[in-house]
Design a protein around this ligand. Structure first.
Ligand SMILES: Nc1ncnc2c1ncn2[C@@H]1O[C@H](COP(=O)(O)OP(=O)(O)OP(=O)(O)O)[C@@H](O)[C@H]1O
Length: 263
């Protein structure tokens, strides 16, 4: 596994990436190299451009300008090579609702070109590890938010990708399921694979990632090993506030009508 993503090879190389929606510049010229074999967090506040960036990196959204390579393959010139090497859990994941969890994995595995018995074996193990074995014959439409994230993760992992992209994987997930997902991801990166996930929850990124890219207003404000980006700040959150200069933002001083007094 991980042929082509050995030491020194970037898992993802982004150059001059831009995306504009009408007047809104969502991504304003990003250059970024994400090292292979790391647990990487893309952090930034709501609207920073994380989803737009991940969509362009994974070939779901065409950039206005710029290029993306994944383990040495260009996402737009070489899509088949790239798609065989990546797994994606997008934001607002659309699943085939009328399949059961197990059927969804069987379908995904066959689409990925895996032999039937191998799909069965991997699906059984993933359903088990992700604590979905009891719900494997339930239709996906009846799954809870956390269960949907977990079955989406199983589908993204089934073909053993070299790089896994997750957009807000812990959003709406209870602590027990979050711990399960976390365990699976840690084991996966320990084997040399790369995880790139986006989140606006700094504490989560700080506790999971060993490498971070901080994004705000469509630009990368800092990137590198977690300890380097955090610097002398006590937490990543603090470092982030200093980086984006949000320390002085009024914390609701104008909302003098809110709480107490006249209604
Ligand atoms: N399809 C679209 N049409 C118009 N504007 C868009 C579209 N997608 C994103 N944007 C805008 O681009 C900017 C970046 O959005 P994006 O969803 O990438 O941010 P984000 O960092 O993922 O935010 P969040 O944490 O809230 O998901 C925002 O201002 C958003 O309104």
């Amino acid at each position: 596994m991980n042929e082509g993503a050995g030491a020194g090879t970037a898992a993802v190389r982004v150059q001059g990436l831009w995306k504009r929606f009408g007047e809104q510049i969502a991504v304003a010229g990003i250059d970024l190299e994400l090292p292979a074999g790391r647990f990487i967090g893309l952090v930034g506040p709501n609207g920073a451009g994380k989803t737009t960036t991940l969509s362009m990196v994974t070939g779901l959204l065409r950039p206005d300008q710029g290029s993306v390579e994944i383990v040495g393959h260009d996402v737009w010139r070489d899509p088949v090579e790239v798609k065989a090497r990546i797994g994606v859990l997008p934001e607002g994941l659309r699943l085939f609702e009328r399949l059961s969890g197990r059927e969804l994995l069987a379908y995904t595995g066959r689409l990925r070109g895996l032999p039937g018995p191998e799909v069965d074996k991997r699906a059984t193990q993933l359903l088990d590890v992700l604590d979905l074995a009891g719900a494997q014959h339930k239709l996906v439409v009846d799954y809870s938010t956390g269960m949907r994230k977990k079955i989406g993760l199983a589908a993204a992992l089934l073909h053993n990708p070299e790089v896994l992209f997750l957009d807000e994987p812990f959003e709406g997930v209870d602590p027990v399921s979050a711990q399960t997902i976390r365990g699976v991801l840690e084991r996966y990166t320990a084997s040399g694979a790369t995880v790139v996930f986006s989140s606006h929850v700094m504490e989560l990124v700080e506790s999971l990632c060993d490498w971070v890219a901080v994004m705000a207003a469509g630009r990368i404000r800092a990137h590198g090993p977690l300890a380097e980006v955090r610097g002398d700040a006590p937490t990543l959150q603090q470092a982030f506030l200093e980086l984006v200069g949000a320390g002085g933002r009024a914390s609701g001083a104008d909302l003098d009508w809110l709480g107490g007094g006249a209604r």
